[in-house]
Design a protein around this ligand. Structure first.
Ligand code: PBG
Length: 322
């Protein structure tokens, strides 16, 4: 007679039949770098996460190295914002400076640079704005310039998160033309217009000044549409696909993993982090157990890698479990 419990008799048997594992090599840690000096600002809605100025970035980077995490995702926060997000593609911009700093001082770190305009525009939208509309094709050249300048500064991977149509093709072409045909694109393909990004917008000073992002990010009610987004991005030349948010969208990840053979990345977003942190700080849940269960859930859903603000803790817990 079938008895499923036979495979759960003891820890060794359970370990033997375990289908999914979390590996430190698959974790990506987001970092916020702010223009200015001697800054280490706590983000109130994201306990444990800080904005660093470049002169203090090594404090954070040393922790990353110590934890054994090998990839970081960079978000720059400029002093100056304007209508056209010029800080994003300024060779002396905050993200370019951060990339150069990490490239020089931590040569083995995988540097992933988020490509978007929302941290750099005065209106806080991810593209150019005209008469209250977010323009698509007019935004593409600015994204191209941004991606190329991050590659030039030393980024290993560029990650467009703007959700303009055809930006992967545009960025691919621009990178190739500038001699960066070996730089991969990690595309935020299935990115939903989610309320789970609000703590990030505190951290990156990137909340839209008017309206919302619903004309470019996806409707949370749509799962099948995500497959079209992913298909387009793969045809345009994406090397990795990001699904975002993660927790409420495991069905989308599962579908992507089933339909496409490309490394899938789960973005365990800011609001998901804050929820767990808040509950843990109240003593209502066990933080470590909850985080590990969430992350192995992303793996089960088909994600290869996980972008998470918990990355350094997870790496530490994995070491303790060895
Ligand atoms: C920039 C960007 C956002 C996130 C990643 N890149 C914010 C947004 O789209 O408003 C969200 C990340 C998070 O919530 O952790 N476009």
């Amino acid at each position: 007679m079938d008895r499923m419990r036979r495979l759960r008799n003891n820890a060794a048997i359970r370990d033997m039949v375990r289908e999914n594992h979390i590996r430190v090599d698959e974790l990506i840690y987001p970092i916020f770098i702010i223009e200015g000096e001697n800054i280490c600002n706590p983000i109130l809605s994201m306990p444990g996460i800080f904005q660093y100025s470049i002169d203090r970035l090594s404090e954070e980077m040393n922790r990353v190295v110590q934890a054994g995490v090998r990839a970081v995702l960079l978000f720059g926060i400029p002093k100056h914002k304007d209508e056209v997000g010029s800080g994003a593609y300024d060779e002396q911009g905050i993200t370019q400076q951060a990339i150069r700093f990490i490239r020089k001082n931590y040569p083995d770190m995988v540097i992933i640079a988020d490509v978007c305009l929302c941290e750099y525009t005065s209106h806080g939208h991810c593209g150019l704005v005209k008469d209250g509309k977010i323009l698509n094709d007019e935004t593409l050249p600015l994204l191209e310039k941004t991606a190329v300048s991050y590659a030039r500064a030393g980024a290993d991977i560029v990650a467009p998160s703007d959700m303009m149509d055809k930006r992967v093709a545009a960025i691919r072409k621009a990178l190739d033309q500038e001699g960066f045909s070996d730089i991969p694109i990690m595309s935020y393909s299935a990115k939903f217009a989610s309320c789970f990004y609000s703590p990030f917008r505190d951290a990156a000073h990137s909340a839209p000044g008017f309206g919302d992002r619903k004309t470019y990010q996806m409707d949370p009610a749509n799962g099948r549409e995500a497959l079209r987004e992913v298909e387009e991005d793969i045809l345009e030349g994406a090397d990795f696909i990001i699904a975002k948010p993660a927790l409420g969208y495991m069905d989308v990840m599962k579908d992507i993993a089933t339909h496409f053979n490309i490394p899938l990345v789960a973005y365990n977003v800011s609001g998901e982090y804050s929820m767990v942190k808040a509950a843990a700080m109240n003593g209502w849940v066990d933080e470590k157990k909850m985080v590990m269960e969430n992350i192995v859930g992303f793996k089960r859903a088909g994600a290869k890698m996980v972008i998470t603000y918990h990355a350094l803790d997870v790496a530490k817990w994995l070491k303790e479990m060895e």
